[in-house]
Write a protein that binds this ligand. Structure first.
Ligand SMILES: [Zn+2]
Length: 179
């Protein structure tokens, strides 16, 4: 294959109709939920190999304002937190995935919210892209691989990387999850 003609800039690739459809349907390929048992519980493993820089899935949930996101986080006590603040390109996006299944996908536990934390050896990282979604253009977090990933490898991201300071402390408390 001709490398030059087959090369697609990552941003254009992210905006492809295929990725937009997967966001809408939550129909991501090569992923599977695995229950690791307490205290880690559910996580996401790869069922096919991924190359470095590939799209894995998005972080799916309800878009809320920063103030509303903070308010909802304060209401959580010992519960695991699925309210995330993603920053990128000067924008901050707050997505609440606390409750699963969501109203738009009543028969699914979506993958983004189930990926566990690793500060020491993350293999995926969220990037925020401005995407032409059917409900309008909006900033949306998509996870890309940081390295090649083998079948059965767990997908892990560093919760501290793109979150606001309010969540940084919480992520530090999750260090026991780090592998
Ligand atoms: Zn949904």
């Amino acid at each position: 294959m001709d490398v030059v003609t087959s090369w697609v800039p990552v941003k254009d690739h992210i905006k492809s109709p295929d990725i937009i459809r997967r966001i809408q349907e939550q129909s991501w390929k090569g992923l599977c939920l695995k229950d690791f048992g307490p205290p880690k519980n559910k996580g996401v493993i790869a069922t096919m190999p991924f190359s470095k820089g590939e799209v894995v899935c998005d972080y799916h949930g309800e878009y809320v304002t920063q103030e509303e996101g903070n308010r909802r986080m304060e209401q959580l006590f010992d519960e695991a937190c699925y309210v995330f603040f993603f920053a990128g390109c000067g924008e901050k996006v707050c997505i609440d995935a606390q409750h699963s299944p969501c109203q738009c996908h009543p028969h699914q536990d979506t993958f983004g919210r189930r990926m566990n934390h690793s500060r020491r050896s993350p293999n995926v990282k969220p990037h925020v892209f401005k995407l032409p979604l059917p409900e309008g253009t909006r900033w949306h977090p998509i996870f890309l691989t940081l390295k090649d990933i083998q079948v059965n490898e767990e997908l892990l991201w560093d919760y501290g990387v793109l979150c606001d300071e309010g969540f940084g402390g919480e992520a530090a408390a999750l260090d026991w999850l780090a592998s």
